[in-house]
Design a protein around this ligand. Structure first.
Ligand code: ATR
Length: 298
């Protein structure tokens, strides 16, 4: 089977000198082509980004992609862990996070990276926030939260509380990431115990799937007063633009940011790895406008 057989409708006959793309399931609604095709167009590079719908046999799909010269790939749900055995090497940060979202072609196969984590950090820095010596409250302890916890310690956060409905999952992340950095500054909490967090100013990061798509659902901690401690709040969700969590952050006087900039920068960082280029902030802003038009004008 050729790799192009996996391309979704509308992309099967795309012609270009070079191809990059994404593996996922479902994949029809991915916004990544907006990021990468805008970058290639702006830079005058004859390269197109193809969404590949992979329903089974991930190994065969990766082999086809490599044999047919695909320069690089993004990997999304549900394959960020499953892809790992099919790579020649994995960047240490991606290994520690336990998820790969970017494959970069080498002479002997694909190497795996995680650009979600530095992408979020860049998004946070671009909004004028600092992680060094920061105090963070994270809501949620799934796959995305593990990358966020790693990011917090990697960039020098002083203390991180992870609140989750299922305490064991918060504890597992705290144990693993504390050990990775030889620290004990991540503290896991059950959502019933959020009041044990001392009064202070925090960066809040929302990593649960509550509010995804239709904006329904109550924030993990449904107590307005709690959000008074938020200097700012970041939600990994970008659609809807304002989740119930971000609404609360704003109402309680904090600055609120959704996940669209994280999506932007994880894509830009992957593009930089594939094409060995540095994307300027000016071009990043152009891509960001394109993304906003695509997501929010529907
Ligand atoms: P992702 O890869 O996006 O992180 P995930 O690994 O499935 O997705 O994690 C989803 C997160 O959202 C988890 O923290 C989950 O809480 P549990 O660990 O207790 O399952 C959280 N979550 C999902 N739906 C929730 C809800 N209705 N209320 C509270 N937390 C919820």
């Amino acid at each position: 089977m050729s790799i192009m057989d996996y391309a979704i409708e509308g992309y099967k006959n795309v012609q270009a000198k070079q191809y990059i793309g994404i593996f996922g399931n479902p994949i029809k609604h991915t916004l990544s082509p907006v990021i990468h095709d805008t970058l290639s167009k702006s830079l005058g590079v004859d390269e197109r980004y193809i969404p590949f719908h992979i329903t089974d046999n991930l190994k065969a799909a990766v082999e086809s992609a490599y044999d047919e010269g695909i320069l690089g790939l993004n990997i999304t749900v549900p394959y960020k862990q499953e892809i790992m055995p099919y790579l020649v090497d994995i960047d240490p940060a991606a290994k520690a996070i336990g998820a790969v979202n970017t494959l970069v072609r080498t002479d002997v196969g694909y190497m795996g990276y995680n650009t979600d984590m530095p992408g979020l950090a860049k998004a946070i820095f671009s909004e004028g926030m600092e992680l060094k010596d920061s105090k963070v409250v994270m809501l949620g302890a799934g796959g995305a939260a593990r990358a966020v916890a790693y990011m917090c310690l990697y960039y020098g956060a002083k203390r991180v509380y992870i609140i989750n409905r299922t305490f064991e999952k918060a504890k597992s992340i705290a144990d693993d990431i504390n050990m990775e950095f030889g620290k004990d500054c991540i503290i896991p909490l059950s959502s019933r115990d959020y009041k044990s967090i001392p009064e202070d100013r925090y960066i809040f990061i929302q990593c649960t799937s509550v509010g995804l798509h239709n904006g329904d659902g109550l924030p993990l901690v449904d107590d307005r007063g709690f959000y008074q401690m938020a200097e700012c709040g970041v939600d990994l969700i970008y659609n809807p633009a304002k989740t119930p969590f971000l609404q609360l952050i704003e109402e309680m006087g904090g600055k609120a940011f959704n996940g669209l900039k994280m999506l932007l920068y994880q894509g830009i960082m992957a593009y930089e790895l594939w094409n060995q280029v540095e994307i300027s902030e000016e071009l990043a802003n152009i891509v960001y406008s394109e993304l906003k038009n695509t997501v929010y004008s529907k």
